[in-house]
Design a protein around this ligand. Structure first.
Ligand code: SAM
Length: 265
């Protein structure tokens, strides 16, 4: 099942760049993470299994899963997003039911009710996100899979030498402030992994998506198309060499897959 995430997300997304955010590549990376998540779920889901898209937003993932005939429940805090989700489902002539307004920190779902919980780009919105991780574990069946993604806080520092040096100088002089909570913040994967361990999840896989863009003092050095090409080529080389670990530091979007330990016989 690992092979789905070993695919290097490249050209299909290059052509779909969103022009409003030049030189970021971020929408491209998000689409790649969404696409890989859908493929992964289709690969691991048992027949008749249930999926929850926690913080489903406008349902880009939920709609794709439903298109493939998967029973996928959606939970989302924002009323607006739920309207967008329903509109998307309607436009794709899919069922608009089983979308719920709620808080991912405390859901109404019964314990052990889902085979897979997908939670993409959501934990960075929640200050104490360990609560969300505990909730995911509660509602997952033993052996079930959790897919969690967020933006990596080391990406902007490592791809911008000026910012990197400033950060290093601040660290060396003891002026580096710990990241404070802000909605949609970039996250430290080491802290995330520690919390997953503390909650009692078992690590399965990681995929890092989007290298760069190369910047100097927050200004992009390359045109976006070239930057994405470079990112894809570099990712392909690392992939061929079997080096996933550097991507944990370098990639923009991190997709982590864990499972809830199976019940003891
Ligand atoms: C970056 S969007 C990602 C949406 C979707 N998962 C996707 O991949 O497109 C984050 C979503 O999390 C939702 N969200 C934030 N805090 C939440 C909470 N406490 N409970 C449920 N949803 C929440 C937001 O309303 C937003 O739609």
């Amino acid at each position: 099942m690992g092979d789905v995430l070993q695919e290097v997300p490249t050209s299909p997304w290059i052509k779909q760049r969103t022009p409003q955010r030049p030189n970021s590549g971020f929408p491209t990376h998000v689409r790649a993470a969404n696409g890989l998540s859908v493929k992964y779920v289709l690969r691991v889901l048992p027949a008749g299994g249930r999926v929850l898209d926690l913080g489903c937003g406008s349902a880009p993932v939920l709609s794709q899963l439903r298109k493939h005939g998967v029973s996928c429940t959606g939970l989302e805090y924002s009323e607006d997003m739920l309207h967008h989700a329903a509109a998307r489902l309607r436009s794709m002539q899919l069922d608009v039911g089983d979308l719920h307004r709620g808080d991912c920190r405390e859901t109404q779902f019964e314990a052990a009710s889902f085979d897979v919980v997908v939670c993409l780009g959501v934990i960075s919105y929640v200050e104490d996100y360990a609560v969300v991780l505990r909730e995911i574990k509660r509602i997952l069946k033993p052996g079930g899979h959790a897919l969690v993604s967020f933006r990596n806080q080391f990406n902007p520092i490592l791809w911008d030498p000026a910012l990197g040096l400033k950060t290093l100088a601040r660290a060396a002089t003891g002026r580096l402030q710990p990241e404070t909570y802000k909605i949609g913040r970039f996250m430290d994967f080491r802290e995330f992994r520690q919390k997953m361990d503390d909650v009692g999840f078992e690590y399965r896989q990681f995929v890092g998506i989007g290298l760069g863009p190369v910047k100097l003092n927050r200004r992009a050095l390359l045109p976006e198309r070239l930057s994405i090409r470079l990112s894809d080529s570099l990712a392909a080389v690392l992939h061929r060499l079997g080096w996933q670990a550097p991507l944990r530091w370098l990639a923009d979007v991190s997709l982590w897959i864990y499972s809830k330990p199976a019940a003891k016989a």
